[in-house]
Structures are given as structure tokens and as C-alpha cells.
Design a protein around this ligand. Sequence first.
Ligand code: GTP
Length: 366
Amino acid sequence: MKAVILAGGEGTRLRPLTLNRPKSMVPILNRPFLEHMIDYLKGYNIDDIILALCYLPGYIQNYFGDGSDFGVRLTYVMEDPPLGTAGAVKNIEQHLDETFFVFNGDIFTDLDLTRMMEFHQEMGAKVTIALTPVENPSIYGVVEADANSRVERFIEKPSPDAATTNMINAGTYIIAPEVLESIPAESFCTFEREVFPMLVETGEPVYSHPSDAYWIDIGSHEKYLKLHYDLLRGKTAKSFPSKGIRVDGDCDIHSQAELKGPLIIGTNCVIGPRVQVKGPSVIGPNCQIGADSLIDRAVVWKNTRLGQAVSARGCVIAENVFVGDRSQIMQGSVLGDNVVVGAGKRIERDTTLGADNPLFQLSNAL
Ligand code: GTP
């Protein structure tokens, strides 16, 4: 069984975390997001995977190679310029001669793919679209279906009183190869706005597959953190022992440091005296956390150094960051790669600092 993963977008909403890597390669529990996705697909014996890439494709290729180290066969197909979700799949038509799965490369889900495929076959569908419920459908496009789950209508951002359903497109599709004939070649085209509505209008069998399985897209800072919290708190099928503490490889953790799970500490970290690390948190490999610092519900990437008495709460701190002594990183803040925060600074709630704030870095550098 073949699967296409769409991983060509620039991930602008996740910047600065995506300035130096594609969204699908941001670390989740210290492994690239895409590696989790590949594991998920392997669990369904889907091991022939085509990656549709555009933005920073070399980053993905260098990490995964031909896929053999990860137990799958990977084929890479590039676009330049981006062709949209449907255009990207049209662009790899030569690899697709039987019914295949398509996945957005930024969605973490426990959706049962076997059941979805059985449903697709039972219905004789040409397209099956996975649906997931959301609390506030008015910021999404919802999918209306009849009692047999046949799709009748797509409604973009319905006003609260016009919303007849809270089920949205979950970014996972099963598609018959003949559907590709209806997508223009070498043109920008999306499944959501063009191809699926057109198929419904022309009476083709497009079905929906609702599920309340765990589902999240990591498109925003908030949801990136939420996926960590959910995984660490055991809210997904891929459970991490709730309250558990995992220390990978060799770390130098001071006997007076206080660790409270759930948390993961990457290899080769140095954690000083009286440091408190409170879960759910993740610290990447090769980090140094100075004496008396506090890490509370934070995700810290590799090679980062926090000085003494730093406090980092509910935030994301990317690679090679330096935070000077006594600085405070408040809830919802995101520090991109290589950011330097001088001593005694307070980074206010929901602040984003990255390569596009060079002045900040200069004026605050030690
Ligand atoms: P934002 O810029 O933050 O909206 O993120 P994005 O560029 O990733 O767009 P979006 O979240 O809408 O994309 C959903 C999924 O489709 C992501 O996995 C993208 O990588 C992928 N994707 C979106 N557009 C394209 C495209 O033109 N080509 C390819 N190959 N993938 C795409």
C-alpha cells in the first residue's frame, strides 16, 4: 500500500521554528515529527511512502535517506514552485497506479487506517475524507454528509448559526488513481477548495469517514506545545507513562536537582544543583541547565544553554539558544534557533523571538 505525505509547505505560522527546517521535521519528544508519522504508517504495513516536498527538501532527505534505516521505502518528489495539495499529488502521478492514502505532513492522529480503508472499499468510493470534530467549526471548512456518510457539501468558515456540523476535513484521504485525471498538470490546485467540491458537484462517490480518534495539527505554536503535553500525559494511543521520567543516554543530573514527570531528558545533558524540571516537559540532547533554574511545562531543543536561576514556563526554546542568568521566559513564548537572551531579561508572555529580531539579539547579547 502506498501513501503520499504532503510536506512541502513553508509552515509560516510555526515560524521561527520553521525558518531552518520544514514543519514536518520539528522535534516532537526529541524526534522529528515525520519519524513519528512513519512509525504510525508502518503500524498499518504502509511502508512505501512518497514525500511531496518543496520547502527545504534536503533537510528531510539527509535525515531519512532511502528510508531503509527506518524500515520503509521512501521516494522524494520535488516541486518548485509549490503546487498545492492536489497539484503536489498530480505531480507524482507516475508513482500512483492503485488506490493510495494521502496525509498532510503536519497531523498527528490515532485514526484507524484499516477501518477507513474497509469503509472506502465497502462504499465503492472514489475519495474518502477522514473527518474530525472540532469545538469551533467557524474557523475551519466543514464537511456535510448524508446519513450514509456520502459528502454533500463543503462549507468554508460557517458562521456559528449556519454550522450544521462540527466535522472538519482531517487531512487524511483515500483516493482512487483515476481522480488524478481531473487535476490539471503543473498548476496550483488544492483538494479542499477545488478537486473535492468539483467531484461532489459532478456526482462522483465522495465519502466521509468521521472519527473521534486523537487528532491535532501542529501548525501553530500553541498546538505544537499541546501535542507534547498530550503525548506526555498519555492522551494518545502512543502512551508515555504518565508521571514517568525518561533520561536518554548519559546525563549529568545533580543530586539536588528535582525532576517531576512526565518528562524526557535527551542524552548528554548537564542539569545543575537545585534545578527544578516540572512536567510535562522535554529537554533536547546536549543541553545545560544552570543551578537554581526552573523549567516548567517547556519544550527545549538540543544544544541549548540556560544560565543560573533562569525560569522557563510553558514555552518553546529551539536549538543553540543561550539564556543568561536570572532571565525569565514567560508562558507562550517561543525562542527560535540561535537566539541569545542576556542576563536578567524578562521575555513577556506570548513573545516570539527569532532570526527576524536580530536587533533584540544584538542589544541583549552578553
Ligand atoms: P502555514 O504556512 O503555516 O499555513 O503552513 P503550511 O505551509 O504547511 O500549510 P498548511 O498547514 O495549509 O499545509 C498542510 C500540509 O500540506 C502541510 O504538511 C504542508 O507541508 C502541506 N502542503 C501545503 N501546501 C503544499 C504544497 O503546495 N505542496 C506540497 N508538497 N505540500 C504542501
